[in-house]
Design a protein around this ligand. Sequence first.
Ligand code: AMP
Ligand code: ZN
Length: 297
Amino acid sequence: MTDLRTAEAATLLPTDTPGVVLYSGGFERLIADLRLGIEALGADEPFERLAIPPVISRALVERAGYAKAFPHLLGTVHSFTGTPAEWRELSGTPDWHREQRIGDLVLLPAACYPVYATLEGRELTGPARFAVSAHCFRQEGSAEPGRLRSFRMSEYVTAGTQAHCEDWRAAWLARVAEWLGAMDLKVSVEVADDPFFGRARKVFQAAQRAQELKYELRVEVADGLVQAIASANCHKDTFGTVFEFTADGEPGHTACAAFGLERIALALIHAHGPYPADWPQPVREVLTGAVAAGALR
Ligand code: AMP
Ligand code: ZN
């Protein structure tokens, strides 16, 4: 029989594959609590909730520029395209995948990508707002705690004018930093490089840093290991231009606030121990959104 105490623990179980883990029941309860807390953070904004599958159109990801910017991270979906005779020849041999070809789907790299395409052709007269959550995949080159290939991401996304997106991102950056801080996490907010906008990478990275398009909220998730557990991003009019939507007559701007659920959970476990039921009551209340982070000031 499983010891009750063990069953409560929020833990990750390794598999035979780096970057793919299993989650204990206690870990899943923590993820469910985190979802409540994230929902409460966005409760005063009229977000349209969209459930997102873990695959996305390859054409869309190509149009959005992800395949070009992050070819090393993108997971593609290949399947058999040969004839029944070829299958009979290959089936059961080590070479069974020889006729696999890239298809029309790829694995979803971030929860917000499908949103921008829903705005195609729209003429926004006020901000659009979405709340999304998805299993994401990135073909990470190294394995360390918190660097997963399959992980969960929740995001708030907005589209509108440049002024709206810049103000919204600043407000969300502050809100998420305050929420994490109120759970006694030591957060450093840093401008990050994101080669998304870089063609000639070095030059654009410097320009991008000057524009501060991507902020990461970094926290220790294991001894000596600090990782981004959330980010707040402005994409300028990149998606408005690609998907041809406007805001007040100009190409639409977009911004998103992204939460890495496993990494936030790991940071909390690292700070407070593997038994969430034993964490300090104020931390639990902020975690689940029962008490607003700002109320603790
Ligand atoms: P990004 O789009 O890179 O800003 O990612 C949003 C959030 O997803 C990050 O702040 C992380 O919390 C989380 N994330 C990104 N990559 C991984 C990964 N390989 N494993 C676990 N979480 C990740
Ligand atoms: Zn996003």
